[in-house]
Design a protein around this ligand. Structure first.
Ligand code: NAD
Length: 265
């Protein structure tokens, strides 16, 4: 898709990858609604991007908030062509301490994507065009050491994006799925500096497994993939090789991950 002139929404756009994505989309000629739980940051990011952007506070776990974000985009710029489901949370570590903490992680990392797609797909099918960009993680293809809820919800985000592409890919709806390892954002730093040893371990594994890339570099990879309508976006190309090794010999890969966990701990 050529994003020039298109209307985009970026969730989690107040910081990190989302803020960089909003910037790159505007630079490429799109008009963008920056939505974030932290409304002040969403407004600040949008203000820095000028008239082609609008900021709003929204919790992606709330369908009412998602509807309000889409309504704002439509009112300011027109019907949404591109939805970047980027907001995400680390969630609890280990097995997850409560059902409530699991539910919140599922809501933000997966159900927000499902609800947005439910609201957008009918219109996209009617217009014969739409683009859904899911920010998952390399943890959705491999695993997140130290955090079952993050691993599981990111796998689910990949699975949902695959399903959308299989189901609607021949009807004008493009789907891409972003699966980075370490990106230089608040989320990664919060992990590295966390008092929770499991969260710190997970972040250290991510930081040591490959380069830490800048959010702007990630956003560049997303725009390139969108131009080609390519599904899998891997800012760390080695993730493809790790995924191949996992598929080729699961038990060997699991032994390797256990070894890695032991070395970093
Ligand atoms: N940083 C990494 O190393 C890394 C690696 C792989 C995947 N990711 C994924 O990238 C995405 C963006 O994270 P980031 O690294 O830019 O972190 P970040 O902390 O800089 O940005 C995340 C943003 O999402 C917002 N957010 C959180 N919950 C929300 C909610 N319920 N509704 C609306 N906004 C909400 C936060 O306020 C924050 O501004 C996440 O989905 C994350 O899982 C990050």
């Amino acid at each position: 898709m050529n994003v020039a002139g298109k209307v985009a929404v970026v969730t989690g756009g107040g910081s990190g990858i989302g803020a960089a994505l909003a910037g790159r989309l505007v630079a490429a000629g799109a008009r963008v609604v920056v939505a974030d739980l932290d409304g002040d940051r969403a407004h600040a990011v949008a203000a820095a991007l000028g008239d082609a952007a609008a900021g709003t506070g929204a919790d992606v776990a709330s369908e009412a908030d998602l509807r309000a974000v889409l309504a704002l985009a439509e009112e300011r710029f027109g019907p949404v062509d591109v939805f970047c489901a980027n907001a995400g949370i680390s969630g609890p570590t280990g097995l997850g301490d409560s059902d409530e903490a699991w539910a919140r992680t599922v809501d933000v990392n997966v159900m927000a994507h499902v609800r947005a797609a439910r609201l957008l797909v009918p219109g996209w099918l009617e217009r014969g065009s739409g683009y859904f960009v899911a920010t998952a993680s390399a943890a959705g293809l491999l695993t997140q050491i130290g955090a079952a809820p993050y691993s599981v919800t990111k796998h689910a985000a990949v699975g949902f994006a695959e399903w959308l592409s299989v189901t609607y890919g021949d009807r004008g709806i493009a789907v891409s799925c972003l699966c980075p390892m370490g990106v230089n954002t608040n989320m990664l730093h919060a992990g590295i500096e966390s008092a929770d040893s499991a969260e710190q371990l997970g972040a250290k594994v991510v930081a040591e497994a490959g380069d830490i890339v800048e959010p702007e570099e990630v956003a560049d990879r997303v725009l390139e993939a969108m131009a080609d309508e390519r599904f899998l976006i891997l800012p760390h190309p080695e993730v493809l090789e790790f995924s191949r090794r996992k598929a080729a010999d699961y038990d060997r890969w699991l032994r390797g991950m256990r070894r890695l966990q032991g070395v970093v701990a």
